[in-house]
Write a protein that binds this ligand. Structure first.
Ligand code: MV4
Length: 447
């Protein structure tokens, strides 16, 4: 096992990882920006190093500072959490050069999945269903012919994009030409790679993702799916596991496809295969997230697998401690991402000092957070305060437990999204479970 693990992250995920390390018995190293000196991850870790000023670019994205902290502290592994360095193949490579284990997949798997056109080709070769689409576009004529074949609408995607960045929908030939040009310009500017390709555009699908875990010996196990359809501008708001739209047969097929996808990428570690699901229960590979995800906790609740503990174990070279047939999914879990944002002002970030804080509790309730009463939410990073997760034997009981927990939760001093969720959780469409990625476009708060 590792001697010491450095956590190259902040906030609730840093706390989550420190807790897992402590339970395994590994000393931890926190790194923090000046703005985070009073953050919980700093006090919970065995040691802590300030790695730079407030801005992420000078601290949590500052590779020389992070590597220096790892070397000075004698850390033999770095956990990147999510965001920041978590999907940076170049960072994983630098870790390797310094004999530090990057807790995640190899730089090669990250690169393969980071390029969407290559990822699609890889999936196709392993019979993982993908949406009808093209390879990298060579000229406009090819694009127009492909669009004619698939039928409008089509979506133009930057091969270097992902998570909703670098994509545009086109409804006719005119929009196609315009949007290909815009998409190429943006892709060049943001990713340094102008390559784009086309896919047939699925209108309001569900976003379904499958959690997988792979060890370095080629064993891959999935933990079922999460439904993340309720999102706003590609920010997930509420997630649940299992999906109300996935029956046992579809779950089996999704799981098997996800395992094939991970094997195709020669994947090691924890990862997520993202699919779109249409009304006829057809699913299509979208992308693979080669990191621990924010919403991993709801999969933990229904599978009883400690995903972060398992992730660290695998990175240390151990084999998976269970087989697919050992995984029995039980019950239903829902997560609300509680943010310091004003839901009445278009979710405008609302940093500031939390002056009162009472968390909900009780059976089946979990709150993952780095905040406390008196904590000042800095304006420099994302505004996640906590993840409130509720488990129950079935969806309706989990939903009612979530309603109860949301009503118990007190956060004062800053505006939060708690009232938004208290309303959403009672919404008829949400109650029915019959929603898709278009949900937030039609959802209106009825005051
Ligand atoms: C799509 C799509 C429809 N058709 N691809 C957005 C995030 C990225 N992972 C893929 N995305 C989409 N790709 C085809 N061929 C619709 C989306 C999409 C979406 C996907 C999941 C959750 C929310 C979304 C919101 C808008 C668009």
């Amino acid at each position: 096992m590792f001697k010491k693990v450095l956590i190259a992250n902040r906030g609730e995920v840093a706390v989550r990882i420190i807790r897992a390390c402590r339970e395994i018995g590994i000393p931890t190293v926190a790194v923090y920006s000046q703005a985070d000196a009073n953050s919980l991850h700093v006090s919970l870790a065995t040691e802590a190093y300030c790695i730079g000023p407030n801005e992420s670019s000078k601290s949590y994205l500052n590779i020389p500072a992070i590597i220096s902290a790892a070397l000075v502290s004698g850390s033999d592994a770095i956990h990147p959490g999510y965001g920041f360095m978590s999907e940076r193949a170049d960072f994983a490579e630098i870790c390797k050069e310094h004999n530090i284990k990057f807790i995640g997949p190899s730089p090669e798997s990250m690169q393969l999945m980071g390029d969407k056109a290559t990822a699609r080709k890889t999936m196709m070769s392993k019979d993982v269903p993908i949406t009808p689409g093209t390879g990298i576009l060579k000229n406009f004529e090819d694009a127009r012919e492909a669009a004619k074949k698939f039928g409008y609408p089509v979506i133009i995607k930057a091969t270097a994009g992902g998570g909703g960045k670098g994509m545009r929908v086109a409804n006719n030939d005119n929009e196609l030409e315009q949007n290909i040009n815009l998409c190429r310009q943006e892709a060049e500017k943001f990713f340094g790679n102008p390559d784009v390709y086309l896919e047939k555009y699925l209108v309001n699908p569900r976003h379904i993702e499958v959690q997988i875990i792979a060890d370095k010996y080629g064993n891959v196990v999935h933990l079922g799916e999460r439904d993340c359809s309720i999102q706003r501008r590609h920010q997930k708001l509420i997630e649940e596991a299992p999906s109300p739209a996935v029956d046992d047969k579809t779950r089996q097929k999704l799981g098997e496809a996800a395992v094939r996808a991970a094997k195709a990428a020669n994947y090691e570690g924890v990862g997520t295969i993202e699919f779109l699901l249409d009304k006829d229960k057809n699913f299509y590979f979208m992308e693979m997230n080669t990191r621990l995800q924010v919403e991993h906790g709801i999969s933990e609740m229904i599978s009883n697998v400690d995903i972060v503990r398992e992730q660290i174990n695998i990175a240390a070279g151990n084999s998976l401690s269970f087989k697919q047939e050992d995984i029995k999914l039980f019950g239903h879990a829902i997560e609300c991402r509680i943010n310091a944002e004003d839901p009445d002002r278009n979710f405008l970030p609302a940093p500031g000092e939390i002056n009162g804080y009472i968390t909900p509790g009780g059976f089946g309730v979990r709150v993952d957070s780095h905040v406390y009463s008196g904590y000042k939410i800095p304006p420099y990073y994302d505004s996640l305060i906590s993840k409130l997760m509720c488990w129950a034997p079935n969806r309706e009981e989990a939903r009612r437990r979530m309603y109860r927990a949301l009503k118990e939760y007190v956060i004062t001093g800053v505006k939060t999204t708690l009232p938004f969720y208290q309303d959403l959780i009672e919404n008829d469409v949400f109650v029915s479970g019959n929603f898709d990625t278009g949900f937030m476009n039609t959802y209106k708060k009825n005051k």
